[in-house]
Design a protein around this ligand. Structure first.
Ligand code: PHE
Length: 487
């Protein structure tokens, strides 16, 4: 039986398709990373938390954690050559559960993200028909609280995602990313020029970038870590899944640098577009749906040729968000294909139906089900956001750091990351010990904070973690922990 299973797995691995080019992989991974986190969260966080000073902190966290964990995830996927669950499990039996948390998280995030992609499509239609009019708040509220229209638009978003994933990794996802990502950049540059030539826009640039170091508190640093994580789609098994379709010779160290850089460029561009536009018309910046569905429509209404820029803007948001839902779906599909031996095509159909049911619930939570409170006064949509952002994401991030730092044998990771020594990685030791110590400590901190712990308790727990780390290091040096490690 075991033998049969292994043989089947081997066969699956060799039959597995893959990216047709490294750039295809990079664009698809960047596509997953670039999304609403960049467009509606980053500019607001920067403006609120110290402008240029926050950007500075963000960049440090990006290099320390963002790059490191992107590399960790790609390495796990490429080594395992299976879905997120299978890849962890293959490297060290019994650790697949980390992948399972990520996969569950993808399912939950997908179930609300796809609803928002539906709204984006609706807005694209609205702008193609001439704009959102004088009272965008009313247009938005009445649309999302209605019963069937948002569900129809959600279905369209889901169908588009499914059609691309249905076609497979290179013919579907890679091809779509190669169109959408360059398109996104070009559209962003066009809008950037328009916005920066508006009178009064400079106030927004100042709000966005003026460094105010006195605003930097530990909370702000924690917010930066959370944002890096969310924005890079880390801890979800997404980068593992995409990495599993990568061939052995590729330079994943370089890829792990390029993906966060692209993501950050889009985040910065977004700040340079959204805040100046909002300031030029004397409006207040905010985060979340209100920003792009209410505040920006007011800007487009007041701007010359605003209707045209509205269309361009919503296409760009659509590209950013669709490339993210594609990655969420692909994690689920790869899981069912690798573990459940489903055919990709069947899996896509099956999953689409399930996700559609949950997504319909999410959509209704803005209207007829808005009174249905699931957890401390949250509706279904808020609950999904809370559960994924505050609990599952930091938890699986922490487990990822523990896996890379403590479970996967150091020589083996080095072999994987450097393609057996072919690729130079001078900072390997720094990277490895960075994840082992800093990664684990930082993510423990985030998890504690997300769970609502504050003050002294946090420091006590972190001290205990540090002591455990040191004990581990000593015992490991004495060779007493080999049973714990991967082969
Ligand atoms: N990275 C995505 C964004 O910036 C959000 C996301 C997080 C998607 C986690 C998948 C998983 O919008």
């Amino acid at each position: 039986m075991r033998r049969g299973e292994t043989l089947m797995n081997k066969q699956k691995e060799t039959n597995r398709e893959g990216w047709s080019s490294n750039i295809g992989f990079v664009l698809a991974a960047a596509g997953s990373a670039i999304g609403l986190g960049n467009l509606w969260k980053f500019p607001y966080l920067v403006g609120k938390n110290g402008g240029g000073a926050f950007v500075f902190i963000y960049l440090i966290v990006l290099v320390v954690l963002g790059f490191s964990l992107t590399l960790g995830e790609i390495a796990i996927g490429r080594k395992g050559k299976l879905d997120a669950f299978g890849s962890y499990n293959k490297i060290k039996k019994g650790w697949g559960f980390i992948g399972l948390i990520g996969i569950a998280c993808c399912f939950l995030i997908y179930s609300y993200y796809v609803v928002i992609v539906g709204w984006i499509i609706k807005y694209l239609v609205i702008y193609l028909q001439g704009g959102a009019g004088k009272d965008p708040a009313q247009v938005f509220e009445s649309f999302i609280s209605s019963t069937t229209p948002p569900i129809y638009y959600t279905a369209v978003a889901l169908l588009l995602t499914s059609m691309i994933v249905f076609k497979g990794v290179s013919k579907g996802i890679e091809k779509a990313s190669k169109i959408m990502m360059p398109g996104l950049f070009i559209f962003m540059i066009i809008i950037l020029f328009r916005v920066l030539t508006l009178p009064g826009s400079f106030e927004g640039v100042k709000y966005f970038l003026k460094p105010e170091f006195e605003l930097i508190t530990p909370k702000v640093i924690i917010a930066a870590v959370g944002q890096v994580f969310f924005s890079l789609s880390l801890g979800m098994g997404i980068i593992i899944t995409y990495g599993s379709y990568l061939s052995k010779g590729e330079n994943i160290i370089k890829d792990s640098l390029i993906i966060p850089v692209l993501d950050t460029i889009v985040a910065l561009l977004s700040g340079l577009i959204i805040l100046p536009a909002v300031f030029a018309f004397g409006l207040e910046p905010s985060a979340g749906p209100g920003l792009i569905f209410i505040t920006l429509p007011k800007v487009f209404e007041a701007m010359k040729f605003g209707g045209v820029f509205g269309v361009i803007f919503f296409i760009l948001v659509f590209f950013a968000a669709l490339s993210t839902t594609i990655s969420l779906m692909e994690v689920l599909v790869t899981f069912t294909v690798d573990q459940g031996s489903l055919k990709r095509e069947n899996s896509v159909v099956f999953l689409s139906i399930i996700v559609m049911v949950v997504a319909a619930f999410t959509s209704l939570s803005f209207g007829s089900l808005s009174e249905l409170k699931i957890f401390v006064g949250m509706n279904f949509f808020d609950f999904l956001g809370y559960l994924t952002d505050n609990i599952l994401l930091p938890l699986s991030g922490l487990l990822l750091c523990i896996f890379v730092g403590y479970i996967w044998k150091k020589d083996e990771i080095e072999k994987e990351v450097t393609s057996g020594g072919d690729i130079k990685f001078t900072l390997f030791e720094t990277w490895f010990y960075g994840v082992r110590y800093l990664g684990v400590l930082l993510l423990s901190l985030i998890l504690l904070q997300s769970l609502g712990f504050e003050g002294k308790v946090v420091w006590y727990v972190l001290a205990v973690v540090l002591i455990l780390q040191i004990i581990f290091e000593v015992l490991e040096k004495q060779g007493k922990l080999d049973f714990f490690k991967s082969k």
